[in-house]
Write a protein that binds this ligand. Structure first.
Ligand SMILES: CC(=O)SCCNC(=O)CCNC(=O)[C@H](O)C(C)(C)COP(=O)(O)OP(=O)(O)OC[C@H]1O[C@@H](n2cnc3c(N)ncnc32)[C@H](O)[C@@H]1OP(=O)(O)O
Ligand SMILES: N[C@@H](CCO)C(=O)O
Length: 383
């Protein structure tokens, strides 16, 4: 297990009784899943910024290990700062002085929404009996939240990576509820390589002796080593070969550890402290099910349903969600316009790190036509 992991930790999940940390909670009742199972008493944790005026709601959808905490400091209830505070906030490209931003923790997650770490109707942690989910199930829960909030139509739905999967599902399944759409570093369907990588990560967790078939929450130990290893595998694909070579090459730390290995160990330990292995298994497995074309006559037919004004963007160095996957989305979504390419050495994580480029794309998407002309004049004057 990587140094820096607290061995007394069982899970990094937010648990009942932990500080709410600004979370709101929507109890949405029972949810019928794609599998035919019913998930009872579904709860989504969410946060909002700004004031709703009836037509200015923007849904921001987090990626695999994100949560509702898009903006704001780390503090009681939130182990990390908001994951997109440079893009969302007062005066930011997604300006919360103007837009009413909503971010929910994904169904199956571990930061306040119903997932393996939360309590089942008998008051026990779901654990291994938590049902398998699909991306469409996760969007169904988010639709229930929007209904509860009285949000019939989003001014924009924005998501990167796994968040982009939910965003494109929103726009295909509920075209009348999505006015504008931003898809970042995502795909129309999970590829064989993405499935291969996620299965290997899940295997790392499920072969951890402390996995106990997912029923570890009330025990003395959790599958921390497995989750740590899963994260290290994932993080290699989140970055680019060029970046790792430039930053680490063949360097070693004082104790002789390869520096690139030390870096991966750091990210493993960091994730273990704020995430749950059971959620990681449920969420990566849900991502494997992602296929907008399933039961819709294929990808082209499904994407033809989108009516939102759409921006599709990809990271030029992304080896996990390569540009051709975003090009397919841009080609098949009516009126999506040319693919926007974000220049970054950081690979897939570029959608989180390249805040200026991503922010400009978001600001342009949200703007009205007159503003957009001004933004573009500003941009060309700056060149
Ligand atoms: C959008 C979503 O829903 S998902 C995002 C949710 N996740 C989070 O918000 C958690 C924070 N986010 C992350 O960690 C994401 O990976 C990112 C993309 C934001 C971080 O990416 P970057 O900013 O490029 O950071 P990078 O991957 O270089 O890691 C920097 C860290 O590695 C550490 N580090 C660098 N080299 C080494 C090394 N050789 N050995 C050990 N540690 C190292 C740095 O000290 C730094 O530590 P810190 O995490 O305490 O700041
Ligand atoms: N590195 C980010 C993006 C993954 O798609 C995360 O941990 O969620």
């Amino acid at each position: 297990m990587a140094p820096g992991i607290d061995p007394s930790l069982v899970t990094g999940a937010w648990r009942e009784g932990d500080p709410p940390g600004g979370r709101l909670f929507a109890d949405l009742g029972d949810l019928t899943l794609d599998s035919g199972a019913t998930l009872p008493d579904v709860r989504l944790a969410y946060e909002t910024w700004g004031t709703f005026d009836g037509s200015n709601a923007v849904l921001v959808l987090h990626a695999l290990t994100g949560d509702s905490h898009v903006v704001g400091e780390a503090g009681p209830g939130h182990p990390t700062d908001g994951w997109w505070g440079s893009v969302v906030g007062p005066g930011r490209p997604i300006d919360t002085d103007r837009w009413f931003v909503v971010a929910a923790n994904i169904l199956g997650g571990c930061q306040g929404s119903t997932g393996p770490a939360s309590l089942d109707p008998d008051g026990l942690p779901w654990g291994g009996s938590f049902p398998a989910l699909t991306v469409r199930d996760q969007v169904r829960a988010e639709v229930a939240l929007a209904d509860r909030m009285g949000i019939d139509r989003w001014h924009a739905v924005i998501g990167g990576s796994a968040g982009g999967m939910r965003a494109v599902e929103w726009a295909v399944e509920h075209p009348d509820r999505v006015e504008r759409l931003m898809l970042l570093a995502t795909s129309a369907a999970a590829s064989a390589e993405q499935i291969a990588l996620s299965r290997t990560q899940v295997a790392a967790i499920q072969t951890d002796p402390a996995w106990f078939d997912g029923d570890y929450y009330d025990g003395p130990v959790g599958p921390l080593a497995g989750l740590d290893l899963a994260r290290r595998i994932a993080h290699i694909a989140y970055r680019s070969e060029t970046e790792l070579q430039q930053r680490f090459g063949r360097a070693t730390e004082m104790d002789g550890t390869w520096s690139v290995d030390s870096y991966l160990q750091h990210h493993g330990a960091k994730l273990v402290s704020r995430f749950d292995a059971g959620s990681y298994v449920v969420l990566t497995s849900a991502m494997d099910t992602h296929d907008v074309g399933r039961d819709r006559g294929g990808i082209a037919s499904a994407l033809s349903r989108v009516t939102a004004r759409t921006v599709v963007a990809g990271i030029d160095s992304d080896r996990l969600y390569p540009l051709h996957q975003q090009q397919e989305l841009a080609d098949l979504i009516p009126g999506a316009g040319p693919l926007a390419v974000v220049t970054s050495v950081h690979g897939h994580d570029g959608f989180l790190v390249e805040a200026e480029q991503v922010g400009e794309l978001a600001r342009d998407l949200l703007a009205d036509p007159v503003e957009r002309q001004y933004i573009r004049r500003e941009a060309s004057a700056a060149e």
